[in-house]
Design a protein around this ligand. Structure first.
Ligand SMILES: Cc1cc2nc3c(=O)[nH]c(=O)nc-3n(C[C@H](O)[C@H](O)[C@H](O)COP(=O)(O)OP(=O)(O)OC[C@H]3O[C@@H](n4cnc5c(N)ncnc54)[C@H](O)[C@@H]3O)c2cc1C
Length: 559
C-alpha cells in the first residue's frame, strides 16, 4: 500500500478557514484537537478512514506514565528519566524530550480525567517491562507505572457516533478493562449487558470520551477525508492543508497551524523497505501509510528514528482475514512451550518470551561471517504432535488459531507438517542437518528442564512470563512449522519535534505552523518501550502539548 498523493500547494483561494487543522483521529490527534479548542481555537479534525480512533481505538489504551497520580508516592521523576535514558542507550533523537515526557504525561493524564469522561486505573501485574532485570538498570519499578482505561458508556454518551469508533480483532473483549480481566470480576451477564449498552474499555474507552468532549466543544471530525498535502506561504510556514472527500479536493486554511497526528508508515511497503530494510508485518489499521511523513518531508521537516518501530511478533491466522482481505496477523511470538523459533539456517536466534518491543529487531541482525542477514524474515516456529493433536496452533487469551479450517480444510502452504524433522526441513526450505541438530540439542536439554542457549528466565518479559520459555521438548511423531514474522504495532520514526511538538525544519529551526504527535513523530522515548503504554502515552502527551501550544498562539494573517 502506498501513501496518498502528497503535494505542497502555495496559498490561493481557501475553501474554508479555521484556526487549527488536526490530521488523524487517534489518541494524539483528539487530545491535540481538544486542547486547541480549550485554548480558544476553532478546530477541524480530518480522518482518512471511515472509522474514528486509528490504532489507538483498537489498542489496549494503556499509557506508561511514571509518577502518575495513582503511584506518585512510590515513584520519582529522576528514576523514570534515568530508566528511559538507559534503555534508549544513546539513540533518542532528542534526549531532552524524555524529561519533557516524564514531566508532562502525569499532567496530561489528569487533564483528560478532569475535562473528559475518561477514567484511568493503575494497571495490574504489568510491572515495568525490564523489571525482570531490574538489578542491571537504574530507575526501573517492580510495579506498574502503566495506567489502564476504565470502561466508558460510549453508546449512551455518543449515540450512533459510537458505532464509528474503530474496532480491531486483536485484544477482545473491548468492553472489559485489562485490570477487570485480570481480577476476573466481569462475568458473562455483565459482559452481555455492556455489549447491549455499548460500553468501551481499552483503546475505545480512551477515544470515546475524547470524541464526546470534542462534540461538546462543537469540533467536527470528518471521516473518509484524508489530508493529501500541506499548504505553505511560499516560504517555510505551513498555513493550511489540502484534504480530499468524495473525490473532491478542498483547501483548508489554518490560521494557527496544522497538527499531524496521522500515525506511522507501517502500511507503506516502500517506506518500510527504504527505512527499516526488511519486511515487517503491520498489526494496525490499514490507513497508516506514512502520509504525514511524506507531507512533512515535502515542507522541509527534519526526520528522526526512521529505522525503528514498535514491535510485536506476528503469526498469520490461516483462517481469519483482516480488513485488507489478507490473512490476519495475530500478535504471537512463537507458540509457547513445546515449540522453538528458528531462522532460515535452522538456528535459534531468540525465544518467544522476549519483551515484545524487542522481538522483531533481531530479524535485522547482520552477520559478517556469512556475510548476510541470517535472521531475515520469515523465521519458522517448529512444533510437535502436542500442538497438532490439540488442533491449536497458538493460544493466548482471545486467540485460538485452529490448525484445520472451520470446514476441515487443509492449512495453506506456509503451514507445513511432516513425519520427521528432516522432511519438515525440506518442505520449508531449511537445511535438514541443521534443523535436526537444533531440535536434538534443544530436546536434550528441555527434557531436563534446561535451555542453556535461550532459556534464561531473566530474558523473559513480565507480560509473557517465564512460562513462555518453559522447556518442553519438540516431540513427534508428527511435526509442524508455521511462519513467524516480525510485526509492528506502529512505526515510531518521523518528524523531529521540540518540547511543544513543533516540527523542526531543515530550512528553518522550526517549520512554523506545523506540529506532530504520536507515530508520525520521532518517538520522544527514543523508540524504547519501558512498560505497557509506550506508544499511546507519548502520543497523547505530545498531542496535549501540541494542542495547548497551537491553540494559544496568535492567529496569522493567511489571506
Ligand atoms: C492490538 C494493539 C494493541 C495495542 N495496545 C497498546 C497499548 O495498550 N498501549 C500503547 O501504548 N500502545 C498500544 N498499541 C500501539 C498503539 O496503539 C499505537 O502505536 C498508537 O495508538 C499510535 O497512535 P497515533 O496517535 O500515532 O496514531 P493512530 O492511533 O494510528 O491514529 C492515526 C490516524 O491517522 C489517520 N490517518 C492516516 N493518514 C491520514 C491522512 N492522510 N489524513 C487523515 N488521517 C490520516 C489514520 O487513519 C488513523 O486513524 C497497540 C497496538 C495494537 C495494534
Amino acid at each position: 500500500m502506498r501513501g496518498v498523493a502528497v503535494a505542497v500547494e502555495r496559498t490561493g483561494e481557501w475553501d474554508e478557514i479555521v484556526d487549527v487543522v488536526v490530521v488523524g483521529s487517534g489518541g494524539g490527534a483528539l487530545t491535540a484537537a481538544l486542547l486547541a479548542a480549550h485554548n480558544g481555537a476553532s478546530v477541524v479534525v480530518v480522518e482518512k478512514d471511515e472509522y474514528i480512533g486509528g490504532t489507538t481505538a483498537v489498542s489496549g489504551g494503556d499509557m506508561w506514565i511514571p509518577n502518575n497520580h495513582h503511584i506518585a508516592d512510590q515513584d520519582s521523576r529522576q528514576d523514570a528519566i534515568d530508566y528511559v535514558t538507559r534503555l534508549s542507550d544513546g539513540r533518542a533523537s532528542d534526549p531532552s524530550l524524555i524529561e519533557v515526557y516524564v514531566d508532562t504525561a502525569p499532567e496530561a493524564l489528569l487533564y483528560l480525567e478532569e475535562h473528559t469522561g475518561y477514567r484511568s486505573e493503575p494497571h495490574l501485574r504489568l510491572d515495568d517491562y525490564y523489571s525482570v532485570i531490574g538489578d542491571r538498570i537504574p530507575g526501573v519499578r517492580p510495579f506498574p507505572r502503566s495506567v489502564s482505561v476504565m470502561p466508558y458508556p460510549a453508546k449512551a454518551e455518543l449515540g450512533e457516533l459510537a458505532d464509528r469508533i474503530n474496532r480491531g480483532p486483536w485484544i477482545p473483549p473491548r468492553e472489559i478493562s485489562f485490570p477487570e480481566a485480570r481480577r476476573g470480576d466481569v462475568g458473562p451477564e455483565e459482559l452481555e449487558r455492556r455489549r447491549r449498552e455499548g460500553w468501551l474499555a481499552k483503546g475505545g474507552g480512551l477515544i470515546a470520551p475524547l470524541l464526546k468532549a470534542l462534540v461538546d466543544e462543537g469540533v467536527e471530525v470528518r471521516t473518509s477525508t484524508p489530508a493529501v498535502g500541506l499548504v505553505t506561504d511560499g516560504g517555510t510556514s505551513v498555513v493550511g492543508a489540502v484534504v480530499e472527500s468524495g473525490g473532491v479536493r478542498r483547501r483548508i486554511g489554518a490560521r494557527k497551524g496544522v497538527v499531524l497526528a496521522c500515525g506511522g508508515f507501517e502500511w507503506n511497503a516502500e517506506m518500510v523497505k527504504t527505512y527499516i530494510g526488511y519486511e515487517v508485518k503491520p498489526i494496525s489499521p490499514w490507513s497508516n501509510t506514512g502520509d504525514g511523513h511524506l507531507m512533512a518531508m515535502e515542507v522541509g521537516a527534519k526526520m528522526g528514528s526512521m529505522t525503528t518501530f514498535f514491535s510485536y511478533g506476528a503469526i498469520h491466522d490461516p483462517w481469519e482475514k483482516g480488513r485488507d482481505g489478507n490473512p490476519l496477523p495475530q500478535m504471537l511470538m512463537g507458540l509457547g512451550p513445546g515449540s522453538i523459533i528458528v531462522n532460515g539456517h535452522g538456528e535459534r536466534f531468540m525465544h518467544g518470551g522476549y519483551t515484545y518491543n524487542d522481538f522483531s529487531h533481531p530479524f535485522g541482525f547482520y552477520d559478517q561471517r556469512l556475510p548476510g542477514f541470517p535472521n531475515k524474515p520469515p523465521a519458522w516456529v517448529i512444533f510437535g504432535s502436542e500442538h497438532l493433536e490439540q488442533g491449536v496452533l497458538g493460544a493466548k487469551p482471545g486467540i485460538a488459531m485452529s490448525f484445520t479450517g472451520p470446514d476441515g480444510q487443509e492449512p495453506p502452504e506456509w503451514v507445513a507438517t511432516a513425519d520427521s524433522i528432516r522432511e519438515l526441513a525440506e518442505k520449508i526450505g531449511i537445511d535438514d542437518d541443521a534443523l535436526q541438530a537444533t531440535v536434538d540439542r534443544y530436546n536434550t536439554y528441555a527434557e531436563k528442564g534446561e535451555d542453556p542457549d535461550w532459556g534464561d528466565p531473566l530474558q523473559t518479559h513480565v507480560l509473557t512470563g517465564p512460562s513462555t520459555v518453559e522447556h518442553r521438548p519438540v516431540v513427534g511423531p508428527r511435526y509442524g512449522a508455521i511462519q513467524q514474522w516480525p510485526g509492528t504495532i506502529g512505526t515510531n520514526g518521523g518528524c523531529r519535534i521540540d518540547a511543544d511538538a513543533r516540527v523542526l525544519g531543515n530550512r528553518s529551526p522550526v517549520v512554523d505552523g506545523l506540529y506532530a504527535a504520536g507515530n508520525v513523530s520521532a518517538s520522544v522515548l527514543g523508540a524504547t518501550y519501558p512498560g505497557g503504554g509506550g506508544c499511546v502515552g507519548p502520543s497523547v502527551t505530545m498531542g496535549y502539548r501540541a494542542g495547548r501550544h497551537v491553540g494559544a498562539r496568535a492567529a496569522r494573517d493567511i489571506g
